[in-house]
Design a binder for this molecule. Structure first.
Ligand code: DX5
Ligand code: ZN
Length: 217
């Protein structure tokens, strides 16, 4: 089953409630929330207070993508705010297994994120502790960037490796540059959660979610 996760980063910051409910009514499966600290990536975005507010108005699970240099410090706050999934960048975690265990200890689904140039071996080593791997298909920090096509062979290689090593239950999420016209190739490569910001919010959200769903089913 392919799950579609609109990215809050592309919502109108003056109309967050309207846009979150629009995602829900459009049939989106998950809401992707990009947390940026102005350090690991240049922009600053959302904090736990917004996650808590959104958790109070939607039934969609909240997928919190931490682009921060000290994720261990922030995990308890986001878990308490109502995050369902929390993912951390391997590039920011010197003690990755411990960090993933901390996420699960807060009763959240734990993901490890790899930038496009980070070797897949990090995911291989972390697979026993992670519930999912988020493969970036852009360098993190901004919406609306072009899809880096090397994602496709990385994703195929990761899916094959996970299945061959007893980690069939570890799922793959893709984030960055996913649009209606490349969603199918990402899914065929093994991604089962598709994050999309500008690809869904540009134009009519409900029509775009439906078109992406049709493209991958
Ligand atoms: C980028 C973020 C993405 C972003 C994707 O650093 O992690 O979640 O919202 O935006 P699009 O789909 O426009 O590339
Ligand atoms: Zn993201």
């Amino acid at each position: 089953m392919i799950r579609i996760a609109p990215s809050l980063l592309s919502a109108n910051p003056l109309h967050v409630e309207r846009d979150v409910l629009a995602c829900q009514h459009a049939g989106a499966d998950i809401l992707h929330v990009d947390v940026m600290d102005g350090h690991f990536v240049p922009p600053i975005t959302f904090g736990p207070a917004l996650v808590q507010a959104i958790a109070g108005i939607t039934t969609m699970p909240l997928d919190v993508h931490l682009m921060v240099t000290n994720p261990d410090h922030h995990i308890p706050q986001f878990a308490q705010a109502g995050a369902h999934w929390i993912s951390v960048h391997a590039e920011t975690c010197p003690h990755l297994h411990r960090t993933l265990e901390s996420i699960k200890g807060h009763r959240c689904t734990a993901g490890v994120v790899l930038n496009p140039a980070t070797p897949l071996e990090y995911a291989f080593e972390a697979a026993g502790a992670a519930n999912f791997v988020l493969l970036m298909s852009v360098n993190p920090g901004y919406g609306g960037q072009a899809f880096i096509t090397s994602f496709l062979r990385r994703c195929e290689r990761l899916r094959t490796w996970l299945d061959a090593h007893g980690f069939s239950d570890v799922f793959i999420e893709v984030d960055g540059g996913i649009k209606i016209d490349n969603a199918r190739s990402a899914a065929d490569a093994g991604a089962s959660v598709l994050v999309s910001g500008s690809g869904l919010f540009a134009g009519n959200l409900a029509e775009n979610v439906a078109a992406m769903r049709a493209a991958v089913s």
